[in-house]
Design a protein around this ligand. Sequence first.
Ligand code: APR
Ligand code: ZN
Length: 249
Amino acid sequence: MQPLDHLARYIADARRIAVFTGAGISTESGVPDFRSPGGVWTKIRPIPFQSFVADEDVRREAWRRTFTGVARWVGARPNAGHAAVARLVGAGKARAVITQNVDNLHQASGVPPPQVIELHGNASYAHCLDCGLRHELADLREGFLATDAPPTCRACGGVVKVATVSFGQPMPPAPMARAEAETMACDLFLVLGSSLSVMPAASFPLMAKRNGARLVIVNRDPTDQDAYADLALHGEIGAVMSAVAPANG
Ligand code: APR
Ligand code: ZN
């Protein structure tokens, strides 16, 4: 049987699929991933959370990146891979999408926001690190571009940061707990477009496998966890998932 046939069979047989996505599902929308040639981390260095909090100049650089769109996270459109995942959710084959992505494209493709579990937050809005108040980027852009002063909270004056989880920043407890529950409840764990190189997010595939689920990895490049997968399919997510996802859902 061809790998695509295996994948189609696994999806058809699955009672409950946990879909786990990384930046690789968004590259066909023009959003660069992180570690492929030309990826975001091949061009700029990540800003650690502690530096952001401690140093106003670092905050200034982080906000410049946000408002110059260097990572191109905001403004892209979902692609066939996102649409296929949305059909898996719509057909009831998957209850939730566990994503490392911050680009809001699963929501934009029609997955109801409560069914998108964002392990690394979301780049389409900001919040205050002190009181948690949400701030819309559109409300912050003009002031920053005019003054180059990193935004502060309109309620408490605290430090405001885009709602992504940076290196060194604590993982959000509620999404982590939901991701673990989905991982333990599934009988098929489907990885789409991740190098599986960043913990603790990358611990979920093997957690599912150890719990008796089938593990499938669809990724252009090999990953360190391919050896544990029931199927590791190296191909383009848009084409692969369009071929195996339900026609409607
Ligand atoms: N189809 C299939 N696979 C693809 C495609 C595609 N169209 N485009 C890219 N890929 C694969 C690449 O081969 C690569 O292995 O997607 C993977 C993306 O890996 P990374 O760039 O490491 O992205 P990701 O795994 O999501 O990174 C995890 O690292 O920096 C942090 O917070 C950031 O959430 C991110 C985390
Ligand atoms: Zn505040």
